[in-house]
Design a protein around this ligand. Sequence first.
Ligand code: IVH
Length: 677
Amino acid sequence: MSSDVYKRLSFLKSQIERHNKLYHGHDDPVISDKEFDNICDEYDNLVVRNPNLGFTKREDVGFEPLEKFTKIKHSKPMLSLNNGFNINDIEDFIERTRKFLNISSDDIEFVCEPKIDGLSISLLYENGELSQALTRGNGYEGELVTENILTIDNIPKKIIDYPEFLEVRGEIFISKNDFEKLNKEQLTNDKKVFSNPRNAAAGSIRQKDSNEIKKRNLMFFAYTVGEVSNENLFDTQINLLDKFKYWGFNIPENIKLLKTLDEIASYYNSMLEMRDKIDYEIDGLVYKVNSFALQKRLGEMSRAPRWAIAHKLPSLIKESIIEKIDLQVGRTGTITPVARVKKVKIGGVEVSNVTLHNEDEIERKDIRIGDTVLIERAGDVIPHILSVVKEKRTKMSEKYFISKYCPACGQITTKKEGEAARKCINTDCKAQKIENLIHFCSKNGMNIDGLGNKQIKLFFKKSIVTTYSDIFKLYEKKDELKSYDGFGELSVNKLLSNINKAKLVNFDKFLTSLGIKQVGENTSKILAEHYIDLPNLIYNIKKATDKVSDEFQYLVNIDQIGISVAEDLINFFNSSTNLDELDKLSQQLSIKPYQKLNVDNYFLNKKVVITGALNNFTRDEIKTKLNSLGSKFVSQVSKNIDLVIYGENPGSKLSKAKELNIKIIDEKKLNEILDKL
Ligand code: IVH
């Protein structure tokens, strides 16, 4: 008997270690939180009932820090939370709390907050300045990720009215919207897709390239403090949250101060309804005793405090069966396998299509037609498969072999060595043209109401819209349009008027709508800021074809534009078909040049070089700051440069600037000028 228990405990322990690593260390979980909690509960129970087998209760609260980052001990351990899965668990928690404190009435206040599904982080402010950021790591020791954290816009870098030191703890996350954008971009660039927003946030923070992180729009919500030099600044969680706001931190919306179980139950129900409408993932609610004096009395157990509980929301993971697999062709030619599954409701939404991302993913997860699979849905993001339920696999399940031919145009597809995506490289592929047209008209592009998926497919089939410029000639086909099913005089007039309205467009929006590879909303804005209007962009990018030209150097020196984006731009603007089309569009549309918001200031229109290390800014930080004031950054000093900013240990650029008589300023002067603005 005890050897069976021993085996089971060994198995459970190895499972916990494995899933902990997958979840925290690699940001790639394969089972749901609920399943993980079940394994942990069974393990803890068996350990308590079998003390002589040499197993210890789980003291660990996370995962071992990764090797590539410096590890630093937390001033106070970063604990986890105990979980409650139903209202009875919450009733027990309230009862336990009352008993412990010997308070019998409904006098204990609970702060009820959303539980953000992200990555916990500790931010240290010394004398009001953000000096260190640590991940939770294993709860006792975290990874030093200060550089990466500095790229997050909504984290204050300096605070006012500060205690000597203050450790703010909270959650880093990515909005559902940005998560979707990120995964699309990852797919286009043949990079790993993230299984959910939490993993995307965690994966982002644990990568070395802070430039890349900045693009991902990570966010931070503060929820508690670690060590603080002056403990008298707040005496309740509500006061603390107010103080957070005062210091410039964001906190989640929908926080309530409640007392009774009934109030908490209705808060839970309303949050359950709200869940899909909130633009970030929440995987539960946290109920915390409001008074810090009471929290102190309640204290902590080994891995979680006694004064709080996480009330888990139902998992957004359900089982279904794969009925068939179809292939879809994206606008850049990427072929995406999509599983059609037996309809299943997940968190109130009916799911029948599930993305399989690419063929490597099918292989890696060993997904077969007929398999029972675990499907996860996060917000409006297309649901994906977490894993196959192997125990339910039948003999009828069929391995899937992806066709080497494009399902839309029939041409042979390619899959480059080391890349995950299979691509149709036929520039005449119908499917790609249609997807590009859909993108052109979409909200992110020209925003033409009434020209969606369905209409574009119909107009393409009828050959009245095959290029972007055809859209603006549709008024010539008014009678033909009226003859189509579902189109009457009124709807055609409405459509033509929407098309007319879309003719006035900002340059950056227009650029986004062209669907140039790797040139999404963000990159388009950056290009618009630097090149101001379309003729200037075309002129400069064509010149940049010559890689030794100044124009090429200028392009690749733009913050966030690398060689690969530059190459895609050069390819696009060197195609005569594209240039002809741009010519037509320029005549049909009124493309508003980029307008600088900057008012006149010291940095406006200056070409700037930085050399040496600055104390108060990372390179990215100062570049973003001065870009927003109208400066352009250049890597080399030449006579065209207006200003050289130097920090500690400046390189030869400083002496060259002196030689060329270029204005130079040190960091102190830089701060003085910035302070005056
Ligand atoms: S309070 C002693 N409040 O959930 C721990 N945690 O599963 C204090 N989390 O490690 C945590 N939202 O990373 C707290 N509003 C919130 C939270 C929250 C998300 C995370 C946090 C914690 C994990 C526990």
